[in-house]
Design a protein around this ligand. Sequence first.
Ligand SMILES: [Zn+2]
Length: 305
Amino acid sequence: MNLPIIYHPDYVTPLPDNHRFPMPKFKLLHDLLIADGVIQPEQVKPPEKPPREWLELVHTPEYVRAYCEGTLDAKAQRRIGLPWSPALVTRTCTAVGGTILAAKLALSVGMACNTAGGTHHAFPDYGSGFCIFNDFAIASRLLLHLGWVKKILIVDLDVHQGDGTAFIFQDDPRVFTFSMHCEANFPGRKQRSDLDVPLPTDLDDDGYLQILAQHLPDLFDRVQPDLVLYDAGVDTHVSDRLGKLAMSDYGLYRRERMVLSSCAAAGYPVACVIGGGYNKDMPALVYRHSLLHRAASEVFGQYKL
Ligand SMILES: [Zn+2]
């Protein structure tokens, strides 16, 4: 069995020119992974769109309906920051399906990676910061509902706090939310995760990895999860347009190795999403996201999962 990589052509949908959300990156990431031989075409698994009932395990039926039918009011639309279209609805739902599929496959083979996902600013009844439906929250609720897992650990290393996810699970002991993020970044008003580690602006690789290494082992021991959901946002990079940390490509690669080896060594299945990453230099950004899949392929092979 090879490492499953989740991708669908519907991950990309047109946006207006010069929109700051880097929509083309999802297809380019898939293409780069194939071109560089990181993955073989047969490893790529296409997700399906989840039925509405699955979305409603987290989101209110009113919000799901209004978004899917394009009837959200202008203010709610602006808060999301992506112009509504039927194609964007398809994209949004397919990407959530991708994270669900990654989580299911991780449970059967030990590890799986989506080539999208990480919509952690979505709350039950509204979206925000390019996030419409909360993929980790939906995947968690579904697997708990199906009885496939009893305890989930969310490791959110995007530069922005996973505020929607923290809010959704604030009273749910079955899902432990861990967010390590730059304190000075969006959202201005933070929620309370089960464990928050706010970081100072301009933190570099060594500082970042040292803090992560201080927390990860304790976290795994404490939670003993049946599944880890990992948001590998690369907006912690020094050249990211939005993030205020100062990591390098090599630092990101070391981070992905650290997280994934920790999971593999302890026998915790892990499903990964790419999270945020914003840069006008598209090839550099796509390469940065691919570090997750490169590290995952290596760890997967090394531990013969
Ligand atoms: Zn982010």
